[in-house]
Design a protein around this ligand. Structure first.
Ligand SMILES: [Zn+2]
Length: 245
């Protein structure tokens, strides 16, 4: 009993040192990853559930999108079907709302919510919504940056004592990626807000169905929140390395 207690105390001391020293940031990454896993699972189950819920009027995702664009005075955006699952997106370069077959042909609450959300991005584009402009400008830089950041960080750590600038370049790239994921937040939340306002004002979704659409879009938004937290946790982790080196 005595020994057991001592072992327990030692374990706590070890644990405390573990958290206080080099691994606190790593611990943060693990927590964010676990939360991310839970949010992703919840998102999938909520969308699956409401993909089975029909609503009065029974519009398909395509019809919802075309009506929302029309009501917002947008006539230069085309609604297309794109292959795959969860591949729905708005492309500002081609001015197209691309909906996956499930959403394009579907006439469920989930399909209506996704279609309206993507049109929310088209409305942002048409109105010159500043966070979207900023995000779009960052996309080409981020595509390049994300393809090299892992190697820059690894090489930077190897050469930390001889060529520290490389590691700091890696930190800069991680910082840009964190900034990008933060800028994504207002863009995503605002697109869902525009979607909900139109779905209700147009009478497309009402009462229970409107609340279900809001719930589905809220879980989608939370995945972006977790992605931003993950990018920040990764940045803090490598900054922790820099402090010890
Ligand atoms: Zn979006």
């Amino acid at each position: 009993m005595h020994g057991y207690t001592w072992r327990t105390i030692n374990l706590f001391v070890d644990m405390e040192q573990f958290l206080m020293s080099h691994s606190a940031q790593f611990f943060l990454i693990i927590i964010v990853a676990v939360v991310g896993f839970i949010v992703q699972a919840r998102l999938q189950s909520v969308f699956k559930k409401y993909a089975k819920v029909a609503f009065p009027g029974g519009l398909t995702g395509r019809e919802v999108a075309e009506r929302m664009l029309c009501d917002n005075g947008i006539d230069d955006v085309t609604v297309l079907s794109t292959p795959g699952r969860l591949t729905d997106h708005y492309n500002p370069a081609t001015r197209t709302v691309n909906l996956s077959p499930d959403v394009y042909n579907g006439n469920s609450v989930s399909a209506a919510a996704v279609a309206a959300h993507e049109c929310g991005h088209a409305v942002q584009h048409a109105r010159g919504y500043t966070p979207l402009k900023f995000r779009s400008a960052m996309v080409p830089v981020m595509t390049f940056s994300s393809s090299i950041v892992t190697w820059v960080i690894i090489l930077g750590l190897v050469l930390i004592n001889t060529f520290p600038a490389l590691f700091w370049l890696g930190i800069g790239l991680l910082g840009a990626s964190a900034l990008f994921s933060i800028v994504t937040l207002p863009v995503e939340y605002n697109a869902s807000h525009r979607a909900m306002v139109w779905l209700k004002d147009s009478g497309t979704l009402q009462g229970v169905e409107a609340n279900q659409a809001r719930e589905a879009l809220s879980w989608a938004a939370r995945t972006y929140l977790v992605a931003a937290l993950s990018a920040i946790a990764t940045l803090l982790y490598y900054l922790g390395f820099a402090r010890r080196s």
